[in-house]
Design a protein around this ligand. Structure first.
Ligand SMILES: [Zn+2]
Length: 401
């Protein structure tokens, strides 16, 4: 198997050097390091072994090698049982949407003091002129499109991201796109989508941009969306991408879950082998990126959260009722990976009973096919619709967190 993997890695490097010299030049040591890490490291999350490239049309040796990293039950292709795929498809153009702020007067918002969140519930960011907004978008998209082969500068701009008011440690704005309710149509629920929590999972950012593009065409008001493609730009943007943020903290271990104080550092020391990739920080919620997410959950009050990761190739789920989990999204199947002190699934799913779907794409640096990405998206929408309709029919308010 290792020989397959090494052949795949070599092919990947050749391909990358040919396709994207400006991104790869001088990065040889990083790739070598990643290759040696991936070898024999079947259980870690460190198999980010190639840069994100346009999808191959034929299975490559790298595909074979990467698939060997996954349990057999996950690799098997199964027919998706959801025959009727749903998409948000009524065809309202984005420009025709008219915002209805259904959140502005809730009690908890009045009482909550945000860490840094100034804008994310505003359809027009307060205090930011159109000129400033355009400049921030352009600066952000310059960085993103240089980093990600599958997100062009134009498509990044078309995502119409707006600054949340929170910045990364290194000062990069956390940029969010809202698809608000449409006048006359009550959304079934509020959905938060997050990509790029781990900076070395490049596909999670690109796939999330792809879904924004989809909603640009098809947002029908079925849900109220907040979508943030890159939660950890400091981990993503450097030539040598890293899982942690600029302070070396794993953002998915830094959420202030109820057990953080008691367990997070001890778990990291004892069971985690002090793996620097999974350092939970010195304190819960110490990082501006996690503070944004805490603010966002408090203020937007999502009814469900979709968090995109890689490269395990499964669907993970955290909530008090696990029987409500999606059984599969595209060809990725439910496989509960467990919860950890400081993880989003623990904080939001277990402590606050907001269902968290963690989508683990099969590869961190190689995009799923457009068809597979479409199928995943359709299944997410179908699952959200089914879940919210069931919840609404029981008479539980969607503000009930
Ligand atoms: Zn991850």
């Amino acid at each position: 198997m290792n020989s397959f993997l090494l052949v795949g890695l070599f092919s990947a490097c050749v391909l990358l050097c040919a396709c994207q010299p400006e991104q790869i030049k001088g990065d040889k040591t990083t790739h070598e390091k990643q290759a040696s890490t991936a070898k024999g490291d079947l259980t870690s999350e460190s198999s980010a072994i190639k840069d994100e490239i346009s999808l191959p049309t034929e299975p490559s040796s790298e595909n074979v090698a990467a698939n060997e990293l996954q349990p057999k039950s996950i690799v098997e292709e199964k027919t998706n049982p959801q025959a009727n795929k749903l998409i948000e498809s009524i065809g309202f153009a984005d420009e025709q949407t008219k915002a209805i702020d259904i959140l502005s007067n809730t009690e908890s918002q009045k009482n909550y003091t945000p860490f840094c969140n100034l804008f994310s519930n505003q359809h027009e960011p307060n205090g930011l002129s159109e000129v400033d907004l355009t400049a921030k978008r352009k600066a952000f998209c310059d960085k993103i499109s240089r980093r990600l082969a599958s997100v062009s500068h134009q498509s990044c701009l078309a995502a119409k991201l707006a600054p949340t008011g929170c910045n990364s440690v290194a000062g990069v704005p956390l940029m969010l796109r809202e698809f608000p309710p449409i006048e006359g149509k009550k959304p079934l629920g509020r959905v938060l989508v997050i990509g790029g929590t781990h900076g070395d999972e490049l596909t999670s950012v690109s796939v999330t941009f792809g879904w924004i593009e989809k909603l640009n065409k098809f947002h029908s008001g079925l849900f109220h969306w907040h979508i943030l493609p890159s939660m950890n730009p400091d981990g993503l943007l450097p030539r040598s991408a890293q899982r942690t943020n600029h302070n070396g903290v794993d953002l998915n271990r830094n959420m202030p879950s109820d057990d953080w104080q008691q367990n997070a550092l001890e778990y990291w020391h004892t069971k985690g082998g002090k793996n620097p990739r999974k350092f939970p920080g010195d304190q819960a919620n110490s990082e501006p990126e996690t503070q944004w997410l805490v603010d966002e959950i408090e203020l937007f009050k999502p009814d469900a959260i979709i968090s995109v990761h890689a490269p395990y190739g499964v669907v993970d789920f955290d909530a008090l009722r696990l029987d409500t989990a999606p059984k599969s999204l595209g060809k990725l199947h439910l496989n509960l990976l467990g919860t950890y002190p400081g993880s989003l699934g623990n904080y939001a799913g277990i402590n606050r009973n907001i269902p968290v779907v963690t989508l683990e794409l099969p590869h961190a640096w190689e995009m799923p096919s457009a068809k597979e990405s479409d199928l995943i998206w359709q299944d997410i929408v179908a699952w959200l619709k089914e879940t919210f309709e069931a919840k609404n029919s029981t008479g539980i308010s969607s503000n009930g967190h």
